[in-house]
Design a protein around this ligand. Structure first.
Ligand SMILES: CC(C)(COP(=O)([O-])OP(=O)([O-])OC[C@H]1O[C@@H](n2cnc3c(N)ncnc32)[C@H](O)[C@@H]1OP(=O)([O-])[O-])[C@@H](O)C(=O)NCCC(=O)NCCSC(=O)C[C@@](C)(O)CC(=O)[O-]
Ligand SMILES: NC(=O)C1=CN([C@@H]2O[C@H](COP(=O)(O)OP(=O)(O)OC[C@H]3O[C@@H](n4cnc5c(N)ncnc54)[C@H](OP(=O)(O)O)[C@@H]3O)[C@@H](O)[C@H]2O)C=CC1
Length: 430
């Protein structure tokens, strides 16, 4: 799902060792950023108050979060630098680390469905719900045309309503109910406003055809017609380190994964780890992370039992193959993607040219993040890497500034005492 653009090298060796200004310089060189985008990403006058005030209600200020870039990603043979907005330490490091291992094995491979969203029109007061279903299905062409008349721009771009479904329910509270779904190809939009407008437009005619009255007219966040997929295959050699045997690590990762498959208590945490990778990209690109979260967890529970969003299996020659498949309703236009200047700059850093490409890269980051957590959990445990990076937060909380932050963080991480008390002691010693 990629159009031609100048290839970049996402390796950016030593990026981690630079200060933020020098990192931005390196990124700018790598992706050819404009001066305006550089200023935006550096956080200078990113979101003018007038713009912020126009985005939501009762605005009183702006809330800043760190913006980082994950390096090393190769997806379908193309390198990407991944903008991530997140408050949690070790997430960006972990994604970059796994992408580094993966690129040695060819990187991630992805695919996705056409960007089709659903909206639901709820119909009540029906005497013959099955009859209503048949009448609505017979009127499919008329309803589709009514939808498409509401968005000529979308139709002009090759999108629009592609069909309908009708689901019938018997309820104890309000009797029989039919729910008409419109399926809309929303092209490069997330599509919520687009499909909601269509659903509201056709509701009176739907009520007439069905012989009842309509109530809800709203999109479904279970975007199961808009799935994105990624896979990665890692050889035991690629996973080996000085202290870890790759084949043993694969065994351990498969054991760890097995629990996420069968146990919702573990699956919730496993999937949180996946969203650690996905949400920061969603936020950085100005997309609706609540919609992505809702879709992800509804999809994970689709069988009736909440389970893992990824699969991990042993393939040929003992290699480990990971896959992810999940709804990914992301846009390049609409919502805040166009209004927030940093979101626009982030999309240019990514260099994606379609919503499908963005969705595919985003799920690849989710898969990388899951791989990082599984690798750490199956070997040294999560605290070693995570707490070592969290130690910088703790040092700041204890009052460290400037070069003290790194010194205190290193000292408390080395002692395995990542607490504010320990950091205060080290600070006093300094
Ligand atoms: C944290 C690491 C990567 C350290 O791992 P390490 O072995 O100390 O890393 P390293 O120093 O050998 O570096 C290896 C590569 O990692 C990256 N890297 C390493 N450090 C940095 C850094 N400071 N800044 C930027 N990049 C960094 C970087 O790409 C580097 O390569 P290089 O560029 O040097 O050639 C590893 O321990 C790890 O992946 N841990 C897992 C961390 C994780 O999953 N964090 C998520 C938060 S925990 C959570 O919320 C979810 C969870 C875990 O509960 C989910 C679940 O249960 O499934
Ligand atoms: N449950 C949920 O998740 C809900 C989410 N939302 C919010 O809805 C917003 C997203 O809605 P969305 O419909 O994407 O936003 P918009 O309505 O802002 O943008 C979509 C519109 O952009 C125009 N457009 C221009 N270029 C393209 C293109 N290449 N591809 C597709 N459309 C294009 C189209 O027509 P035209 O020019 O005619 O507008 C299209 O209808 C988000 O802010 C989200 O938070 C809202 C309600 C519920």
């Amino acid at each position: 799902m990629t159009k031609d653009r100048t290839p970049i090298d996402s390796r950016l060796e030593n990026l981690r060792r630079l200060d933020p200004d020098a990192r931005l310089e390196m990124l700018a060189q790598a992706v050819g950023l404009s001066d305006a985008d550089r200023a935006t990403l550096a956080g200078r006058d990113v979101l003018p108050m007038q713009l912020a005030d126009g985005m939501i209600e009762n605005v009183i200020g702006k809330f800043e979060l760190p913006l980082a870039v994950a390096s090393n990603f190769r997806v379908n043979g193309r390198d990407y630098l991944i903008p991530m907005v997140v408050e949690e330490p070790s997430v960006v490091a972990a994604a970059s680390y796994m992408a580094k291992i993966a690129r040695g094995c060819g990187g991630f491979f992805t695919s996705s469905d056409q960007p089709v969203m659903r909206a639901q029109v709820q119909i009540l007061g029906l005497t013959d719900p099955q009859g209503a279903r048949h009448r609505l299905l017979a009127a499919q062409d008329e309803l589709r045309q009514m939808c498409n008349a509401r968005d000529k721009v979308l139709v002009g771009l090759g999108g629009g309503c592609i069909g309908i479904e009708v689901h019938v329910f018997e309820t104890s509270a309000v009797g029989a109910m039919a729910v008409l779904h419109i399926l809309v190809d929303v092209r490069d939009a997330m599509g919520a406003n687009t499909v909601n407008t269509m659903a509201e437009a056709i509701a009176p005619r739907v009520a007439e055809i069905a012989g009842g009255h309509t109530r809800l007219r709203i999109l479904s966040n279970l975007a199961d017609r808009r799935l994105a997929r990624a896979s990665v295959t890692l050889t035991p050699q690629a996973l080996s380190t000085d202290t870890l045997d790759g084949a043993d690590l694969i065994d351990a990762m498969l054991e760890a994964y097995a629990l996420a498959q069968i146990d919702p208590y573990r699956a919730a945490t496993h999937n949180k780890g996946i969203m650690n990778g996905i949400d920061p990209v969603v936020v950085a690109t100005g997309n609706d992370w609540r919609a992505i979260e809702a879709g992800a967890h509804a999809w994970a529970a689709r069988s009736g039992r909440y389970t893992s969003l990824t699969t991990w299996e042993r393939g040929a020659n003992g290699a480990l193959t990971g896959t992810i498949e999940m709804p990914m309703a992301l846009g390049l236009v609409g919502g805040a993607t166009k209004t927030h200047p940093a979101a626009q700059a982030a999309l240019r850093v990514l260099g994606v040219t379609s919503a499908q490409e963005l969705a595919e890269v985003t799920v690849a980051v989710g898969l990388a993040q899951n791989m990082a957590a599984l690798r750490a959990l199956a070997s040294e445990g999560i605290q070693k890497g995570h707490m070592a990076l969290h130690a910088r937060n703790i040092a700041i909380l204890a009052g460290a500034t400037g070069a003290q932050i790194e010194t205190v963080a290193r000292a408390i991480a080395a002692e395995g005492r990542v607490s504010v008390d320990a950091a205060r002691e080290k600070l006093a010693e300094l």
